[in-house]
Design a protein around this ligand. Structure first.
Ligand code: CMC
Length: 436
């Protein structure tokens, strides 16, 4: 962190002494005011629920400029990564800070591939779940359960353990997601095929059966790989902050990532792709394109509690660059699979057009986010709606683990412990039950 020549001065209207606060400059983006000594010097906390103006850490992994609609992983624009790299290159970049050269690429692919199988006991663990359990409930359990199987990589303070657990998590997530899917279907699990690419192997574990030869479809593999790249990291979002906070207690990496999976599940975060598709299906059932006007009216009515899922973002207030790339993939996939006339896709396009022109959305800078299109792509590929967020979790695992490892390696790292403004009852005595 580079100190700035400028200082912030905090003054109080009650005559208490003012305080100078240091300011730090990042390589790009807003400066931060360092308030770490505030409580010690003034006896006051800052108040910022929802972290609207609070940086919780310094990081060199991902940079977002919400006004420009820019997303950079380690300095590289997401558009270039989506075009020139695959998901494992992106994982290498996020984990180690650089894109791999040819030899590193070969070694990294081999390393990840060597860890794609999960302990055979995992399938018995899965059997404890109802077949109709939500995949994210299953994933939260399975990922947390990894810490019961891989005892040699659970010490978060040991750099080698952190390295092995990172590779294990990246390698095993596709296997676990596919197992959760096969379990719900009642089909046999498919073991990984290590001669395939990371993403082709995932489609094999998802869609193959032992009865027939399976050939991965290139368009599907490319589309899924792009979904993985676009979802790989997104700086200090809710699930990443959850992973950091959880890991800050020194818990093992599998437990910390399981906490991230649980957080991602929510409809305001990773669950939005599922919620967006469910919303489209509901409008379709109610009458399709003709019902859009009525639906938009409900969205604009604050008392309805209805949101246009897949629209809006805390940081992107211009457009979501991931949405632009996903929209492109969406068209490619639907065309390649002969689904251009898919009624749900037509509905989505009509909804997008109307919302983009509507004063309510324009005034609030609400644009489609990545989840608006990723749901349509996944549905076209044959992934069931309830599995969408699990796919997001698979992709985000590398971001979570890179951020976790960055935090642990930071000499300034401390257990995360937010403070509060207490507004409840002051001290009082317990009365005997008859007097309460
Ligand atoms: N539909 C209708 N109104 C909306 C929407 C929406 N999707 N999003 C925001 N608004 C309104 C909101 O009601 C508020 O209106 P007003 O100023 O009149 O009170 C205004 O826009 C500002 O919204 P906000 O709630 O202050 O924005 P936020 O930054 O707290 O919320 C959000 C961001 C993503 C949670 C929210 O836009 C949302 O719930 N969107 C739908 C869910 C969704 O698609 N989430 C996926 C995010 S992208 C994937 C990821 O990175 O996890």
């Amino acid at each position: 962190m580079t100190p700035s020549d400028v200082k912030a001065t905090l003054a109080f209207s009650d005559g208490s002494p003012s305080m100078d606060l240091p300011i730090y400059k990042g390589s790009v983006g807003p400066d931060v005011i360092d308030i770490r000594k505030l409580y010690a010097q003034t006896g006051k906390f800052t108040y910022d629920p929802g972290f609207l103006s609070t940086a919780s850490c310094n990081s060199s992994i991902t940079y977002i400029d919400g006004d420009k609609g820019e997303l950079l992983y380690r300095g590289y624009p997401i558009e270039q990564l989506a075009q020139h790299c695959d998901f494992l290159d992106t994982c290498h970049l996020l984990l180690y800070g650089e894109l791999p050269n040819a030899q590193q690429q070969k070694d990294f692919h081999k390393l990840v591939t060597n860890h794609t199988m999960v302990n055979e006991q995992m399938q018995f663990f899965l059997r404890g779940f109802r077949r109709d359990a939500h995949p994210m409930a299953v994933m939260t359990g399975l990922v947390g359960g990894l810490s019961a199987f891989y005892h040699d990589s659970t010490d978060i303070n040991n750099p080698q353990h952190r390295e092995i657990s990172a590779i294990r998590l990246i390698a095993k997530m596709p296997t676990l997601v596919a197992m959760a899917y096969k379990y719900a279907l009642g089909q046999p699990y498919m073991y990984p095929r290590n001669e395939l690419s990371y993403t082709a192997n995932f489609t094999h574990m998802m869609f193959a059966t032992p009865c027939e030869k399976y050939e991965p479809n290139d368009v599907v593999v490319r589309a899924l790989d792009r979904i993985f790249i676009l979802h790989a990291d997104h700086e200090q979002n809710a699930s990443t902050s959850t992973v950091r906070l959880c890991g800050s207690s020194g818990t093992n990496p599998f437990a910390a990532i399981a906490a991230g999976v649980a957080c991602l599940w929510g409809p305001a975060h990773g669950g939005a792709n599922e919620a967006a598709l469910n919303m489209l299906e509901d409008i379709q059932k109610a009458g399709g394109v003709e019902k859009i006007g009525e639906f938009i009216k409900q969205v604009k009515d604050k008392n309805s509690g209805i949101k246009l899922m897949g629209f809006g973002h805390r940081v992107y207030k211009n457009y979501d660059p991931r949405a632009k790339l996903m929209r492109e993939t969406c068209h490619e996939v639907l065309e390649a699979l002969g689904l251009e006339n898919d009624p749900l896709f037509k509905l989505a396009m009509a909804l997008e057009k109307i919302a983009l022109e509507d004063e309510y959305f324009v005034a609030r800078k609400l644009y489609p986010n990545v989840d608006f299109y990723s749901g349509i792509v996944q549905r076209a590929i044959g992934i069931p709606v309830s599995l969408f967020t699990a796919i997001f979790a698979l992709a985000r695992t590398v971001g979570w683990i890179a951020q976790l490892n960055e935090m642990i390696a930071d000499p300034e790292y401390k257990i995360g412990r937010p403070r509060q403004l207490f507004v409840g009852a002051t001290a009082r005595d317990v009365k005997p039950i008859g007097q309460r």
